[in-house]
Design a binder for this molecule. Structure first.
Ligand code: AFP
Length: 325
């Protein structure tokens, strides 16, 4: 059994010029995952369900557990000097870590609790993280392809930590009895095509015509050349993309006519998940451009997302760009 700690140390030793910063950050993220998993397990018994009565930077209701998960990440990283700044869905402004102002060379982007409305019905949730090097000028807004680490924790039937630092995708499962993550998948490869189409069709009337046609096409039996489709949607991006990582297919969150950038956030949802999926051989796209090539303009910027098996994403891109159908 290879623990996450062991895995990180082994990888660190294979890079002679390592500083230990990456290992420290992964250790902190794993600790946050364990603490949040514990909170979720006990949520119904310890009065942690429900909302705080406030809204976040995206105008969404903040749940008690959103706030708590955000606090967990901030508290853990405040004790360390590797991450200089934290950008989170739950904080309007980037948060400077005092201890790291002289030493920290990294910026951490976070969705501390993805799919948080699932908590009331005991359905899966996630945490998404992305780490960038802070630029020489102090800039933190960099294209996704420059990520140092991207990944997520999935709180489901078990708690998983999935990450990449550009050398393939590694998956760890939490053994809660001993409080350690153990390697449960390495070199994960997403099938080039898949059956699953994961999309909230309740929004169909708001999409541009070309996107409606693509989804109708899948609903009517799919393309002659591809597999027939089956629908899956949990309302938790991490859980839906994780299913596709293993089984193949597509996750779509399109832009809307009145809101072309859609709902999902580039820096702490689309980019880290695209980094993971592309490291597994898949693709992440807006329909026009690769997610990982986008130059961000704002920390909380939204983007349309089409992510999953390479050939499936390319098929949707062609349809949207008026190509073969
Ligand atoms: P948050 O709980 O972090 O706001 O994320 C929820 C989410 O962005 C993502 O997890 C889901 O895929 C998506 O929203 C579901 O949205 P719809 O309810 O609009 O389908």
């Amino acid at each position: 059994m290879i623990s996450l700690t062991r895995h990180i140390l082994d990888r660190q030793q294979s890079h002679p010029d390592h500083t230990g910063a990456l290992s420290a950050m992964m250790t902190h993220i794993a600790l946050c995952g364990k603490l949040i998993a514990r909170d979720l397990n006990q949520a119904g018994l310890s009065g942690l369900l429900g909302t705080t009565g406030t809204t976040n930077v995206h105008g969404e209701q903040v749940r008690t557990l959103d706030e708590r998960a955000n606090r967990t990440f901030v508290d853990v990283f405040e004790e360390s000097d590797v991450v200089r700044v934290v950008v989170s869905e739950e904080m309007e402004e980037p948060f400077a870590i005092k201890r790291a102002q002289g030493s920290g060379t990294y910026a951490l982007f976070l969705d501390p609790l993805d799919g948080s409305s699932n908590v009331d019905v005991n359905a899966p949730l996630g945490s998404i993280f992305s780490i960038h090097r802070v630029g020489a000028s102090g800039s933190i807004l960099k294209a996704g392809r420059e990520q140092v680490v991207g990944g997520y924790v999935l709180y489901g039937a078990s708690t998983l930590l999935v990450y990449t630092c550009g050398d393939g995708v590694h998956q760890f499962t939490l053994d809660s009895a001993v409080g350690e993550f153990f390697l449960s998948g390495s070199g994960i490869h997403i099938p080039p095509r898949g059956k699953i189409c994961s999309v909230n069709t309740g929004n169909q009337s708001k999409w541009p015509g070309a996107m409606r046609k693509v989804v109708e096409h899948f609903q009517m039996g799919g393309d002659e050349t591809g597999p027939s489709r089956t629908a899956r949607y949990s309302g938790c991006l991490v859980a839906d993309v994780h299913r596709i990582l293993w089984k193949g297919g597509l996750y779509l969150y399109p832009g809307e006519v009145k809101k072309p950038a859609g709902k999902l956030r580039l820096m702490y949802e689309a980019a880290p998940l695209s980094f993971v999926v592309e490291q597994a051989g898949g693709l992440g796209s807006t329909g026009e451009e690769r997610i990982l090539s986008l130059q961000p303009r704002m920390p909380h910027q939204c983007v349309p997302l089409i992510i999953g098996s390479r050939e499936d994403v390319e098929f949707v891109e062609q349809c949207l760009q008026g190509g073969s159908r």
